[in-house]
Design a protein around this ligand. Structure first.
Ligand code: UGA
Length: 359
């Protein structure tokens, strides 16, 4: 392969859910050469034969990553352990994997004058306290703004925030490298992206507790109760992966508009409580699989201690202000919640429908 630095991208974590969609889009719609790094390639098997992809099955500490940064005008970091069930059970792995790898990477980008695009998380807003807990409240007041909302981490003992705190420190380091050393960066804060190739189904292709979408799919596919942690009153804004990738492509295509900026990438119109999400997913699952339309699916309340163990806490509402992203990136997330869920549920059924039991 011959290299034009401006047309070469390094993607660390290209084999995960977001990485697989981003890689697919970049290879499909641009002429960039991509150096991709991941320890897992099951979600990108269909892309490995592409002649513009140079894939390395390795983690972000490998020296080949740093060789690749030298050749790349842009570096995108997606690697992270991002399931809440890990934050209070293996906090050291969560914190160290987030901090050490990304610190080395951003220093390398600074040295090599590469643009650094970092996937942070909506979780950096931390322990949100919306205007009226359990109620929609005053939406304008509850909007989370990239450049003015406080980032509220819970006590150190409450290890739920280990992930958010480590992401926050990397954001602060990136900002400081930009401020003192001129690092060219963009920080993205994803708000609950959903779509095909999301998390594993426990016992089929992974172990432990995935995020809520996959937990509910596991319940539906296996005819188990859908569990509502602490009553399912908390809210999330689920964002369709295709819309999210549109935003990332706009960041890539509009470097001047996104330089040294932080963007919320989320869909505030898709806000729902977890309780209502469970009901909607049952309804849509029956639509996708009419053969189960007469079936009763149970919904159970469970305490967070029983579900996640000690040290779990939650954000009650994560409502993104996306005005900056809409204006600067000329971006609008257009996929509504029902359509986003339909596509996601169908993808799970296609992938797992015949591999799990239906009692
Ligand atoms: C997680 C990650 O921590 C974030 O970094 C990431 O940005 C975010 O997902 C995301 O997907 O963007 P969270 O929204 O808390 O954050 O993740 P989920 O595990 O999907 O939980 C959402 C809500 O559902 C929480 O209130 C949780 O307690 C609840 N839940 C989860 C249930 O009620 N039942 C379940 O079976 C699973």
């Amino acid at each position: 392969m011959s290299y034009n630095r401006d047309k070469t991208i390094t993607i660390v974590g290209c084999g995960g859910f977001i990485g697989s969609h981003l890689l697919e889009r970049i290879l499909d719609t641009t002429d960039f050469i991509v150096h991709g790094f991941d320890i897992d390639f099951r979600k990108i098997n269909h892309l490995l034969g592409n002649e513009r992809l140079d894939f390395h099955k390795t983690d972000m500490h490998d020296s080949s990553v740093f060789e690749s940064v030298k050749k790349s005008g842009t570096v995108i970091s997606l690697a992270a352990l991002c399931n809440p069930s890990l934050y209070n059970t293996v906090p050291l792995e969560v914190i160290e994997s987030n901090i050490s790898g990304n610190l080395e990477l951003l220093k390398a980008c600074c040295d090599q004058k590469s643009r650094f695009i970092y996937f942070s998380t909506s979780e950096v807003y931390g322990r949100t306290v919306s205007s009226i807990a359990g109620e929609p409240g005053d939406s304008e007041k509850d909007l989370l703004r990239e450049d003015s909302s406080p980032l509220i981490m819970g006590p150190v003992r409450v290890q739920r925030w280990s992930y958010a705190a480590s992401k926050q420190i990397i954001e602060r380091l990136i900002y400081a490298y930009g401020f003192e050393k001129g690092l060219d960066y963009t920080i993205l804060r994803p708000f609950n992206f959903i779509g095909p190739r999301m998390d594993f189904i426990p016992g089929v292709d992974g172990e432990g507790i995935p995020r809520v979408l996959a937990c509910f799919m596991d319940a539906l596919l296996n005819n188990k109760p859908l569990k509502l942690v602490d009553g399912g009153v908390n809210r999330r804004c689920f964002t369709y992966i295709g819309d999210a990738i549109d935003a990332v492509m706009a960041v890539l295509g509009r470097p001047d508009d996104s330089r040294r900026e932080i963007f919320n990438i989320g869909n505030p119109s898709n806000e729902i409580t977890i309780n209502d999400l469970a009901c909607l997913m049952i309804k849509l699952y029956k639509e996708v699989r009419p053969e189960f339309s007469g079936k009763l699916y149970d919904i159970q309340k469970v305490s967070s201690v029983d579900f996640y163990g000690q040290g779990y806490e939650d954000s009650d509402r994560r409502l993104p202000d996306i005005r900056k992203a809409c204006e600067r990136l000329r971006w609008v997330p257009g996929t509504n919640l029902a359509d986003s869920l339909r596509i996601t549920i169908k993808a799970y059924v296609d992938q797992y429908g015949n591999r799990v039991s239906q009692k």
